[in-house]
Design a protein around this ligand. Structure first.
Ligand SMILES: [Zn+2]
Length: 284
């Protein structure tokens, strides 16, 4: 099967700093639809932690909020066919070696390890300590939360800054990037499920909302995906940047862990047959 999860356009935008405006009208306080309600949504955590991303020249170029872009490579596709998938072993598991920087405290390290282990509970992905393998995930506390999309070859940085990224939902989000997944709101069919209000997006941050040519693996669009940004992501004025359609009040981007569809996608992409069960939602 041709698997082409992510095609990134090589448009270069500089990542700019921003703050989330707090002085906003407090409407529908408990609906999950106000900026205040999104304090711990995955996209709010990542936005906050990434204010300094792009300022350190030793770090990769970061676009789409938290996706590291390989530079110096000719290939315009970050993730073509099977090249960016992690290989499956003969026993049916997908072993992804990892190394965790010594910069973390014991508690932070345990949170990260727990995030890595959470994949083993419901998928055939097994993050295992690096033991001489060539390709691995190199978890470091750099200037924000970010990851490359898919396997890049050799040690690939997943940055989980001690300042704001060591949370389960952020760890799962960045590792899903490393496994080959893009943001839900950039899906090829997103315009049927969300409307992007570019007029409210911080200048220079529009690249976060570019629609990509993704393979969606027959799974439905998922507002509860840990890969979905919140309603006010990258807002310059406190007004929404993403509105779900047709129900504008649907809660989006509030996941604090992988959704059942996130899990199903991992199992579909990696053909984890022993973990695939009939899909409770309609395939589309
Ligand atoms: Zn992301």
């Amino acid at each position: 099967m041709l698997v082409h999860v992510a095609a990134l356009s090589f448009l270069f935008f500089s990542v700019q700093s921003f703050t989330i405006k707090d002085s906003l009208k407090k409407f529908n306080r408990h609906s999950g639809n106000t900026p205040a309600d999104e304090d711990y949504s995955v996209s709010t955590l990542i936005e906050r932690a990434n204010v300094n991303v792009g300022k350190n020249q030793n770090e990769p170029l970061v676009m789409f909020g938290d996706i590291a872009i390989p530079t110096g490579l000719q290939n315009a596709d970050a993730c073509t066919r099977d090249r960016c998938r992690w290989p499956k072993a003969m026993d049916g598991f997908v072993y992804v070696p990892y190394r965790i920087s010594r910069a973390y405290s014991g508690r932070e390290r345990q949170t990260i390890v727990n995030g890595l282990r959470s994949f083993a509970a419901s998928t055939c992905v097994r993050f295992t300590p690096l033991n001489g393998q060539r390709d691995f995930v190199d978890i470091q506390s750099l200037s924000g939360c970010y990851s490359f999309v898919g396997r890049r070859g050799r040690g690939q940085v997943v940055s989980l800054s001690r300042q704001g990224c060591v949370f389960r939902q952020v760890i799962q989000h960045e590792l899903l990037h490393a496994l080959g997944f893009n943001h839900e709101q950039t899906r090829s069919d997103r315009d049927r499920h969300v409307r992007i209000l570019f007029q409210n997006v911080i200048s220079g941050m529009e690249s976060n909302f570019i629609r990509l040519d993704t393979r969606n693996l027959g799974t439905p669009y998922d507002y509860t995906s840990v890969m979905h940004y919140g309603r006010f992501a990258f807002s310059k004025n406190g007004q929404p940047t993403i509105i779900p359609i047709p129900n504008g009040n649907a809660v989006i981007g509030q996941a604090n862990r992988m959704s059942p569809i996130d899990i199903r996608r991992v199992n579909l992409l990696y053909d984890c047959r022993m973990y695939l069960r009939p899909n409770p939602a309609n395939n589309s």
